[in-house]
Design a protein around this ligand. Structure first.
Ligand SMILES: [Zn+2]
Length: 206
């Protein structure tokens, strides 16, 4: 495969890889020693992924890609932070990725903790775990106000809020999305099926 150059080509490549993974027939591409050595000098990934740190959301495995293909940034509950935005801007600017995929998943523990906190049922935790859970609180509160209490639906809403946060905070990214040179796509991963479902697109994806 040549490197995907457009957001559509990049998304198609990821979805083909995910289809391989879902069917249980991954190709495990681009993981050989020769490629490893050739990549040592520089990288040119075709997409950036910002996703939850959950151990079951292994980015290269679920998209059946290889070394040098994906620039991956993850934390628990995919919570936007300045360092995350800096990493994604780096991927778009210096590495030239045409696509940023923001990936949540069902049964997300971070979202569950935020729902429990909303319902005053969150056990004592460290200061920084509380900080992380607090960052999800606005999405949970807004969802409950709109009558949405389903765990996975709230996680999907959080992917939307994460992208809105990214676009409103990073003028670098939002300007390129508006210009059609960079796309941001929101997606939801189902743990059992291994399937990635696209839930929103921003920018030129045709
Ligand atoms: Zn999660």
């Amino acid at each position: 495969m040549g490197r995907p150059e457009t957001a559509k080509q990049a998304l198609d490549a990821l979805l083909v890889g995910n289809s391989n993974f879902v069917s249980g027939e991954p190709a495990h591409p681009r993981q050989d020693a020769d490629l490893r050595r050739s990549l040592a000098e520089s990288q040119r990934p075709f997409a950036a992924l910002f996703g939850c740190a959950d151990s079951r959301l292994s980015a290269e495995m679920i998209f059946d890609v290889g070394l040098g293909d994906l620039f991956v940034v993850r934390n628990a509950g995919q919570i936007i932070a300045n360092t995350i935005i800096g990493s994604l801007e780096f991927a778009a600017d210096y590495l030239g990725v045409p696509l940023i995929l923001v990936l949540g998943h069902d049964s997300c523990g971070a979202t569950k903790a935020a729902i429990d906190a909303h319902n005053h049922n969150f056990p004592p935790a460290s200061e920084f775990v509380h900080h992380l859970v607090d960052r999800l609180a606005p999405t949970v509160a807004k969802s409950y106000q709109n009558g949405i209490t389903d765990h996975d639906e709230i996680t999907k809403a959080h992917v939307g809020d994460t992208i809105a946060d990214l676009l409103s905070t990073s003028s670098y990214i939002s300007e390129r999305v508006a210009a059609g040179t960079l796309a941001v796509v929101g997606a939801h991963y189902r743990l059992s099926e291994g399937k990635v479902e696209i839930i929103s697109t921003h920018g030129n994806i045709n």
